[in-house]
Design a protein around this ligand. Sequence first.
Ligand SMILES: [Zn+2]
Length: 60
Amino acid sequence: MSTIAPPTERECLRCGRIETWDEDRTSWVAATVDGETRRGRPHCVHEWDITGNYNPTGVQ
Ligand SMILES: [Zn+2]
């Protein structure tokens, strides 16, 4: 058995923006990696490496 947890981090495949899920604000916020905020390109149409429709059952 493995615990299924919703994704808490995502990365844009186009510009490298990294966001983490902020539970308090219930929104994605840009992550800071090695002291650098990974905002990516300002006009990027972000393509995330996770699906936006999280399916807790794991069934596609
Ligand atoms: Zn992007």
